[in-house]
Design a protein around this ligand. Structure first.
Ligand code: CO8
Length: 395
């Protein structure tokens, strides 16, 4: 049944500024996850990195001895686990990454008439979300590919995914770095609530390994690859065994250069070309930590307050999976105490930071035990800066 046009203010809001003006209740009725084939432990990654360091220092021994060049320092598994909580990641290719001569994935280009790699990952996750929701592609009207990087400028990845799945309607790409999925969910929920579409897929295929600098000691361990998918549809049509009502979404952005990647179409217009380190992921990790944690804590508390929900009434927080200490600090700011692993599940130990897919992977893997009436919050945060929260209640 469509909901009344005059819903209680703030309760079924689709965003901070769009209150009480909708036709349908939007729900998340299915999720999907594609996990790449290659698991790479910290030990494997550090061994490759340290071989690279040994060779670099040997090749530049004379300059280093003359004080003309700084030697490179080794990486360590102990540091990685202590600083981030990450123990392994999944990659689309490990041979290229673990080869100290190469240190980037080996992902050969495909012909234009083949399904592209990123679309293939997206399609696998999307199919699982549809199956989960007991839906077929003909039930869907909209596809959003929402992630940190698209493998090409155009045609949109989302339109290729739409075609591969056999979906009519329309599709588009969007990029808000690690927050892409929550921003995509708001766009999809708004479209469902307004009656513009019956159902929408938000798919986040992240090939982080292709824009990570595996020669950079500060960041070589941070990211992994994965694709997640979420199906959003009308509550009155959903037939999945577990359905999450979207009680509200809230998004915020504040410009920052602390996480940046200068790769782009203008690179070929400059003599320096595309070979510079700044054309890959670069961040000031400690600054990000200090600035983003309070921002996210306030954002979630503000959103819950707007919806009239006490933080203690939330059964689960599916937080962006970048750093374990970061998530512990954010949970503490929201709850006023430490969250248990059941309240704020961790998947970054196995998946590392998969950018926009991270909070959705946590949601996908840790939602089945929730029962009717339980409230949960998906929250993403990252480059931009960008923060997103989606408050859900099990129907
Ligand atoms: N091994 C051993 N020692 C190391 C290593 C290493 N690999 N790296 C650094 N160290 C040393 C440093 O040299 C330093 O030594 P000293 O104290 O002698 O100077 C010491 O360890 C401490 O270094 P840091 O201060 O840098 O370490 P931190 O404790 O701050 O941990 C982290 C570093 C893990 C990066 C941490 O700061 C962090 O996680 N910050 C938050 C980062 C974050 O959440 N970023 C979000 C980015 S994700 C996003 O927005 C999406 C972007 C798009 C996707 C990109 C895909 C590629």
């Amino acid at each position: 049944m469509p909901l009344p046009m005059s819903a209680p203010k703030g309760v079924y809001a689709a965003g901070a500024r769009i209150e009480g003006n909708y036709m349908h209740q939007a729900v998340i009725s299915g999720t999907g996850l594609f996990t790449p084939p290659h698991a790479v432990s910290n030990e494997m990654l550090v061994e490759a990195f340290n071989l690279y360091v040994a060779r670099y220092n040997r090749d530049h021994a004379a300059e280093i001895a003359a004080g003309e060049r700084e030697p490179l320092a080794e990486s360590s598994c102990e540091f990685i686990v202590k600083a981030s909580g990450i123990r392994q990641r999944f990659l689309m290719d490990k041979e290229g990454v673990l080869d100290p001569e190469r240190m980037r994935p080996n992902l050969p280009e495909r012909n234009n008439d083949q399904l592209s790699l990123q679309a293939e990952m997206a399609v696998a996750a999307a199919r699982q979300a549809l199956e989960n929701a007991d839906r077929s592609p003909t039930d869907v009207d909209m596809v959003i590919v929402a992630c940190s990087n698209m493998q090409r400028a155009y045609p949109a990845m989302a339109i290729e995914v739409q075609q591969a799945l056999g979906i009519a309607g329309f599709a588009f790409d969007m990029n808000v770095a690690c927050s892409s999925a929550t921003f995509g969910i708001q766009a999809a929920a708004n479209a469902v609530q307004s009656g513009a579409v019956r159902a929408a897929l938000v798919v986040s295929p992240e090939i982080c390994s292709a824009h990570l600098n595996f020669r950079d000691r500060d960041s070589h361990f941070i990211f992994g690859d994965a694709a997640s998918a979420v199906l959003i549809e009308r509550a009155d049509q959903a037939r999945s065994p577990q359905v999450f009502e979207v009680l509200g979404t809230r998004l915020a952005t504040v410009f920052s250069n602390a996480i940046r990647n200068n790769f782009g179409f203008l690179n070929i217009c400059d003599e320096k070309g595309i070979g510079q380190a700044d054309k890959l992921f670069v961040q000031q990790g400690r600054k990000v930590f200090k600035e983003v944690c309070p921002m996210v804590g306030e954002h979630i508390v503000g959103h819950l307050t707007q919806l009239g929900i006490a933080p203690d009434a939330v059964r689960r927080f599916w937080l962006h999976q970048a750093n374990l200490s970061m998530n512990q600090l954010i949970s503490r700011r929201v709850l006023g105490r430490d969250a248990t692993e059941i309240e704020a599940p961790v998947i970054l130990d196995r998946y590392a930071n998969t950018s926009s897919a991270g909070s959705i992977i946590a949601f996908h893997l840790h939602r089945k035990d929730l029962v009717a009436g339980d409230i949960g919050v998906i929250s993403s945060f990252g480059a931009g800066y960008s923060v997103g929260s989606v408050v859900l209640r099990v129907r």
